[in-house]
Design a protein around this ligand. Structure first.
Ligand code: SF4
Length: 466
């Protein structure tokens, strides 16, 4: 039997890309490809690109410079290295990638990766292949399921894509252009995938989508199901002990989904709910379709349902037209909500989006200075949230060994990393841990003699800035 060909996949950006990269590896496994962590020994390198962050395309081109040298070294050693660019930059740039980086053999968008074996054959036959169509068929129908061994190697926590694309058209965002219109997977297919993961030992599932709470897939009764209904059904799968979902849009937090945070014990008390800005004027310019008051009202309802809910968010500073007053409103919102963490970025125009054509762009130096102040406010909130966990006993799902001998690393219900001296047999298990220390946003603790309380909201956790 031939040795497996070696596949090296590098993911950029969000968890959707991490999931897609894994599914690409699963798709190629039956075709004789085994994953490697060493790019230098690969026969196929896939760069799975992301277009959200600043200078995304430039990062891919500079990575391609390194990959070109690997390709030359492979050729000198008599080996053929095939280079592919996937994901949102591939979707946006198409053939331009091959024109600028001739070492690339294959370019394909996020809706085409189920056709990878066929595209590789086309590239081998024709020299190059480009596929950035939005095909009518559902790529998920054509993807191979991961083997039990591959699933176990990826850990006890797994992402499952339930929804792709977005119809919201925020003026700063490329997703509606690169990932296309909203598409929800049917419930039966999602359940089959999660049952397969649970049977291989996965304990925690995060349902993912660019606008996950707009989920409206066909249910097992043939009618559209909401995300809340899907979560209730997934919670019944044997072996699944924790559920999360991301990323949500504030407008799509409906009553049933909010109630699920009260009623569903497996749904973890942590939610990523991007707000982007605390200024109504900027939210309108961003076409976010919600006001600051709408957001605060949603958070209040969520906290009535689940008082200890840990909220994280995304912020963009320096969106065109943002004044010091708009920015101050964002800082006040951060302190009013008491986020347990957040991602924050300076606005950078994405070609083809309405924001890129706005004339009142903010000076770079102003953006940098605001970003620093914003991050200081988030750090303060996060530290307050973490301090609220000290001396509490929390359930921790152990994921892997830590850096130090005898230490394991797991996640709290609030998604904080927790480091504990504990036997390796606890990997994949949930155990009660008393939090004894905090450093650099990691919690440290000791196995507790008594179980964690089932539901123990602490006033300190309801909002650091209150
Ligand atoms: S809702 Fe999210 S994915 Fe959709 S356009 Fe807005 S930022 Fe992009």
């Amino acid at each position: 039997m031939n040795d497996p060909r070696k596949l090296y996949v590098k993911s950029f950006g969000c968890q959707m890309n991490v999931y897609d990269s894994r599914r690409m590896a699963d798709t190629l496994a039956p075709h004789g490809y085994a994953e490697t962590a060493a790019a230098a020994e690969a026969d196929l390198i896939i760069l799975n690109s992301c277009h959200i962050r600043e200078k995304a395309a430039e990062k891919i081109y500079s990575e391609l410079g390194r990959v070109r040298r690997l390709k030359e070294a492979a050729a000198a050693a008599g080996r053929r290295l095939v280079v592919a660019v996937a994901g949102c930059v591939a979707q946006a740039e198409g053939e331009e990638i091959i024109r600028r980086a001739p070492a690339v053999d294959l370019v394909f968008g996020p809706q085409s990766y189920h056709r990878l074996p066929e595209l590789l054959a086309r590239a081998a036959r024709d020299g190059k292949a480009v596929d950035t169509e939005f095909p009518i068929d559902d790529k998920f129908d054509h993807l191979a399921a991961p083997s039990a061994a591959a699933t176990r190697a990826r850990g006890v926590s797994s992402f499952v894509t339930v929804q792709e694309g977005c119809d919201k058209f925020c003026t700063f965002c490329v997703v509606p252009y690169t990932r296309g219109a909203e598409l929800s997977r049917p419930v039966a297919k999602i359940l089959a995938e999660i049952e397969h993961l649970a049977a291989a030992g996965v304990r925690e599932i995060t349902l993912i989508g660019q606008n996950v709470n707009a989920y409206h897939g066909e249910g097992t009764d043939g009618r559209p199901w909401s995300l809340a209904r899907l979560l209730h059904r997934v919670a019944q799968i044997d072996g699944i002990e924790r559920l999360r979902y991301t990323t949500s849009h504030p407008r799509d937090m409906d009553d049933d989904l909010i109630a699920a945070h009260r009623d569903l014990g497996t749904l973890m008390p942590q939610l990523h709910l991007p707000v982007q800005s605390g200024s109504d004027r900027i939210l309108a310019a961003m076409n976010r379709r919600h006001s600051c008051a709408d957001y605060r009202n949603t958070v209040e309802r969520l906290r009535q349902a689940r008082p200890d809910l840990a909220l994280t968010s995304d912020f963009i500073v320096g969106f065109p037209g943002e004044t010091e007053g708009d920015f101050a409103a964002t800082l006040s919102l951060i302190d009013a909500i008491g986020f347990s963490g957040a991602f924050s970025f300076k606005y950078s125009p994405r070609p083809g989006t309405p924001g890129a054509d706005m004339t009142d762009q903010v000076d770079e130096a102003v953006k940098s200075e605001r970003l620093q102040r914003l991050q200081a406010a988030i750090d303060r909130n996060q530290a307050a949230f973490n301090r609220g966990c000290l001396d509490r006993t929390l359930d921790v799902l152990f994921e892997r060994r830590g850096r130090h001998a005898g230490q394991l690393v797991g996640r709290s219900p609030y998604l904080q990393p927790v480091q504990v001296v504990a036997p390796a047999a606890l990997i994949g298990e949930i155990a009660a841990v008393t939090i004894t220390d905090i450093a650099s946003n990691s919690l440290f603790g000791a196995l507790a003699a008594t179980p964690a309380p089932v539901f123990a909201p602490e006033p300190a956790l309801a909002g650091a800035g209150a």
